[in-house]
Design a protein around this ligand. Sequence first.
Ligand SMILES: Nc1ncnc2c1ncn2[C@@H]1O[C@H](COP(=O)(O)OP(=O)(O)OP(=O)(O)O)[C@@H](O)[C@H]1O
Length: 255
Amino acid sequence: MTKAPALAAQRLQVSLGGRRIVDVPALTLPAGRWTAVVGPNGAGKTTLLKAMAHLLPAHGSVQLLGRRMEEWPGKARARTLSWLGQGEAGTDDLLAQDVVMLGRLPHQAWLAAPSAADHAAIERAMRRTQCWEWRKRPLGQLSGGERQRVLLARAFAVEAEVLLMDEPLANLDAPHQADWLLAVRELVVAGRTVVSVLHELGMALHADELLVLQCGRPVHQGASDDPVTHAALRDVFDKRIEIHKVAGEWVVLPR
Ligand SMILES: Nc1ncnc2c1ncn2[C@@H]1O[C@H](COP(=O)(O)OP(=O)(O)OP(=O)(O)O)[C@@H](O)[C@H]1O
């Protein structure tokens, strides 16, 4: 039996402020792979990711692991699909460890205390993003990068089949970007699916696949080392980037 895609969409349309922002006739995001969503500012990357996560009103149909979003019981869906948004606010008074524990809510019975498994999961996730040491500090007292590492840990702590991350590398310094890459690789090797919006194209080219968006529509989906994918990237950025391989790594230069 062929494996269902992690996410699929048909005739997916999102309008905001009276304008059509996303218009996707059909899209399939393969399971067990890392897909990076890329494109110019305003192309609709965030809006598409939110619509795929069922976080925005949209026309059309989205399936998670072969099952329509609406048919998933809420908690099972929250255990299966982990979400990291951009600039999330509202939890500044919570300790870092409590923020990460929010990622375990879909695993807990109503009003039940976190289990030993929940505590173990948040420790694993916080060690993975190197924020275990400041677990007792309120989120609001952390720097931008420290805060992002806590929010990443929350997304990892869900231990979901499918992770959707919007700008996961925001505010991260180079070593922590490398740690994130490693974490994503480990997840994919373990059969999980990662879909991330990335502005840093050199990082995006580490993904298995790129989904290139322009004006709310996918214009290309393909392997990140395929010259056809690179040509599509150059086109959506009006040929204002150069892609080179340096010491075995793709490097993207603005021009
Ligand atoms: N709530 C809203 N109301 C009206 N228009 C919106 C709203 N949110 C986003 N838009 C518009 O939708 C378009 C796509 O926005 P989106 O954030 O999805 O793009 P993006 O590709 O993620 O951009 P960026 O690279 O700048 O982060 C933009 O033109 C934006 O102005």
